[in-house]
Design a protein around this ligand. Structure first.
Ligand code: T4K
Length: 398
């Protein structure tokens, strides 16, 4: 229990947790089912290259999303690269800077220039009103990112893409299992990309998928992820090795059997955090539309130092001292990381909301590895830190 500021570890008290509590601890499904699958896989000696588990996994995801094609891949970063190439994307692509660096790197890795667009401070997603000013003759696509699983303004983005003849792709790394007005994420734009990395609420160790309703795009992607091979002796495109392994698909099939349970735990945690942290002046708790399907995999708060007296970074240090490894995704914004900061040293001038947002957001631990008691303690630390913000900033206990 942290009832007094003197108990805070940053001011000399004992850490609230003996072991670190992480953002993104993997959810693990039924181990016996996983081991059964792995045994079958070893018995049949089919470990990769479009094996039976990958095929089942793709079919189950396509069914769950209600989409025509799902191509399972080794991770979402390679998936973004493949989809960009398959969709004929070149030149410049408009993306938010408030995203994981992989969105930008996937483009730059192929000599495509990411052009950073500002975000809507309410939703944290790319602001459609700012996109058109960034379109140049070299622009070939927009990549929207459904940050924290909140869908982008898909109608406005589709309208801009259509009017300017641009490809529209979504980085849906955070949005597996989410929906927009009843339609599952995965059905928007030309294609959408999911991440099944270990830290996502649903994981395949490493993994990702491209989903699309476009037959031609799907068949190109399928060839490209396997070096471009049409058959043993014929290659039609420059391809890469983007394949998902059978081990990953076995984990995925097992995780799919528990996915509702993972979401239910995340939802319960979300409600507990919301209850404890809403109504605190200067703290904004990012809420989700509960009428829509959401995965609740990120607990996100914003800290307004002018009101709380404590900065986001000081609150993060205070939590780390307690062994709560809160994160500040996506600080400082892609445009402030290399190589982009050297390429576009003044990009920040066009990104005021991104710059401000990346100074005030913080993510707290959730998922099946975090207990109700853990969350109570984390919330107590946050409440206590904000109630004594100015003193903690000064390193004093009063
Ligand atoms: N687009 C977006 C919008 C994304 O957010 C991401 C990935 C991508 C694209 C690319 O997807 P992938 O190519 O990865 O499929 C993590 C993840 O590595 C990354 O996948 C994720 N987004 C990003 C938001 O977060 P970091 O920088 O937090 O570091 P990481 O993965 O080392 O681990 C974070 C914490 O999780 C660790 O401190 C401990 C804990 N952890 C991690 C692993 C891997 C565990 O407890 N167990 C584990 O097995 O990036």
């Amino acid at each position: 229990m942290k009832r007094s500021i003197n108990n805070l570890a940053i001011l000399g008290g004992t850490s609230a947790f003996n072991e670190p509590l992480y953002v993104g601890r993997p959810n693990i499904g039924n181990r016996e089912r996983l081991f059964e699958r792995l045994n079958d896989m070893l018995d049949r000696r089919w470990l990769s290259n479009n094996g039976p588990y990958v095929q089942q996994f793709e079919q189950q995801i396509a069914k769950m999303i209600g989409v025509k094609h799902c191509i399972a891949l080794c991770n979402a970063t390679v998936a973004l690269e493949i989809v960009a190439r398959a969709a004929g994307v070149t030149g410049e692509v408009i993306i938010p800077s408030f995203t994981f660096i992989a969105t930008a790197h996937a483009l730059q890795w192929q000599q495509i220039t990411p052009v950073f667009c500002d975000v809507d401070p309410q939703t944290h997603n790319i602001d459609p009103q700012r996109i058109e000013a960034m379109i140049t003759p070299r622009t070939t696509a927009i990549i929207g990112v459904h940050v924290w699983g909140q869908p982008c303004d898909v109608v406005a983005l589709a309208d801009i893409a259509q009017r300017h003849g641009l490809r529209l792709i979504y980085d849906a790394a955070h949005a597996f299992g989410c929906a927009h007005q009843g339609t599952m994420i995965g059905n928007f734009g030309d294609a959408e990309v999911f991440s099944f990395h270990a830290t996502k609420f649903f994981n395949t160790f490493e993994g990702g998928a491209i989903v699309t309703n476009d037959d031609e795009l799907a068949s190109k992607i399928r060839l490209m992820q396997n070096f471009g091979f049409v058959n043993y002796d014929r290659v039609d495109y420059i391809g890469i090795n983007g394949k998902m392994s059978e081990v990953s698909a076995a984990m995925g099939l097992t995780g799919l059997e528990s996915i509702q349970e993972f979401i239910a735990v995340n939802y319960r945690n979300y409600q507990q955090y919301q209850c404890a942290l809403s109504g605190i002046p200067g703290l904004r708790f990012i809420t989700h539309d509960q009428a829509e399907k959401r995965n609740y995999q990120y607990i996100v708060i914003e800290i307004e130092q002018a009101i709380t007296g404590i900065s986001r970074d000081q609150l993060m240090k205070t939590l780390w001292a307690e062994n709560v490894i809160a994160r500040r995704y996506f600080y400082p914004g892609c445009h402030r990381m290399e190589p982009y900061r050297s390429y576009f040293p003044h990009a920040g001038l066009l990104l005021p909301e991104t710059e401000a947002l990346s100074q005030r957001t913080l993510q707290l631990p959730t998922g099946t590895a975090v207990s109700e008691q853990d969350i109570s303690t984390i919330c107590e630390i946050v409440q206590l830190s904000i109630a004594n913000g100015a003193q903690i900033e000064q390193g004093r206990s009063g």
